[in-house]
Structure formats: structure tokens, C-alpha cells
Design a protein around this ligand. Sequence first.
Ligand SMILES: C[S@@+](CC[C@H](N)C(=O)[O-])C[C@H]1O[C@@H](n2cnc3c(N)ncnc32)[C@H](O)[C@@H]1O
Length: 266
Amino acid sequence: MRAETLEILCSPVERAPLQFESRPAINGDATQFLVNREHGLEFPIRDGIPIFVEPHAITGINSRFRRIYDSWAPFYDLLSKVGLFILGVSEHKLRREFIEKLEITNGGRVLSTSVGTGSDLSVIPRSCKYYGLDLSAGMLRVCQNRVERLGTLAELFLGQAEHLPFKDETFEVVYQMGGINFFNDQGQAIREMVRVAKNGSKIVIMDETEKVARALENIPGINAWFRHHRRPIIPPTALIPAGMEEVESCELYDGQAWFVSFRKPR
Ligand SMILES: C[S@@+](CC[C@H](N)C(=O)[O-])C[C@H]1O[C@@H](n2cnc3c(N)ncnc32)[C@H](O)[C@@H]1O
């Protein structure tokens, strides 16, 4: 972890500042930690990734999707490429068009609040400082391999989008592509995006529409994801905090994805 990264981190619930601590391994566990002794907080860093939430503390739909994405992680890239191909969408084109909407600046900090396997990294300008958070350790492992393969400087974190481990007004760009349809609390995740974005920043969110979710429900293997009642998919425009500017909402790719963007006031 870069030294400057420590300056932007805080504990995800108390928002307490953190310090780096290194100590000998006990029972093969982590040797490096982010700590706040005053609040009695300790977050291990495993394989270079700070762990801001342990599996037993994840509840509700987040817990179900953590397990699903952990087990699908090795196949996720292939599945999403094939899935998008069947829907008639080129993955590279989709990601390039999406990233173009983000207003990434040279040296600016960019945060993805569900980075997954880091497929966006192939189209993210190298001149930015990239940070990716996800609640699936499996997805982050694949992402970390990609980061090493590409030789980029992305930093990864295990946590929940509803409780971001970052200080207020840290990022020039905050985005979420895929996942938010099934977060425990979409409103809380959006409020967190706004909190960590700098004033004047653009916040962009995209996920599949109800039409695509219904099609997925009929595919053997994937239908298990939806076995327990799921809420209908509605673009979360009603959850955007009051006062946000330039609110845009539309459907893309022949109604297969919804897209929402807005700007935090200066
Ligand atoms: C459909 S994948 C999208 C991954 C990536 N953004 C992409 O475009 O390929 C959804 C991701 O959201 C993550 N996720 C689900 N719920 C989450 C939550 N509450 N907080 C953070 N990540 C979450 C999953 O682990 C998974 O990696």
C-alpha cells in the first residue's frame, strides 16, 4: 500500500483515522494491520489488500452475493464476455463508452465501489490514481492478478459499498458498474459515494435492467442467484440525495442497462 493511501483511509463505520502496524505472524494470520488504538479497531492486510469487513459480519443479500461472487470469480470474466456477446454488446466498447463518461483527469483519484475482477482497468487511463473496493475476496484476487499483469498502480480494498473506508471528499470520480441492483442498501451506498466524492465530482452508476435479470433467471445455474425473492430492478434516481446537480437517467444498449449520473455541487 502506498504511503499516501493511508492518508485517505478511515474506519468504515466510526470514520476514525488509521495507522499502519506491522507485527510477527500468529497462527499464519496477517502481519500487517491498519489500526486505531483509541477506538480498539484493527483491520488486517492480507496479500496486500486491507480487509475492512470479515465474512461473518456481512448480512442479508450482501452475504448471499459475496458467496456467489467468491465461487464464480475464476469464471466471471469469461461469463460476462459471453453473456454480453449473447446480448449483442461488445464488452470492450461498453466499458470504453462508460469510462469516457467519467471525466477522469491526470493524477485524479478514481474509485470503483464494486471493482469485481477489475475488467475496467484495460480502459482506465494510466494517468489516474485508481482505487477499487469489493466485498468478494475471490473477485479481488482475480483483480489483483490483473493489476500485476497490467503493471498498473491500482489499490484494492475488501469492504462494503454501504460503508466505505475513505475520508470525506477524497475522489475526483466515484462510480459503480454492476452490483448495486442487489446491494443490501442502495440508498446508503449512493450516500457513501457522495460523501467520499470531492465537491464538483461526477458520480456515475450503471447496472442491468429488469429485462436482463428476468432473462438470467431462466438460465440453469444462474437462476439459483435469484431463488430467494428479489426486489424488482428500478434505476435508483429516487435515492439520489437532494441538492445533486445535472441528474441524468436513461437506458442504454437496447434497454439492457440503466445508467444514472449526477454531480455533487461545488
Ligand atoms: C456484476 S459484478 C460487477 C463487477 C465489475 N464492476 C464489472 O464491471 O465487471 C458485481 C460486483 O459487486 C460486488 N458487490 C456486491 N455487493 C457489494 C457490496 N455491497 N459492496 C461492494 N461490492 C459488492 C460483487 O462482489 C461483484 O464483484
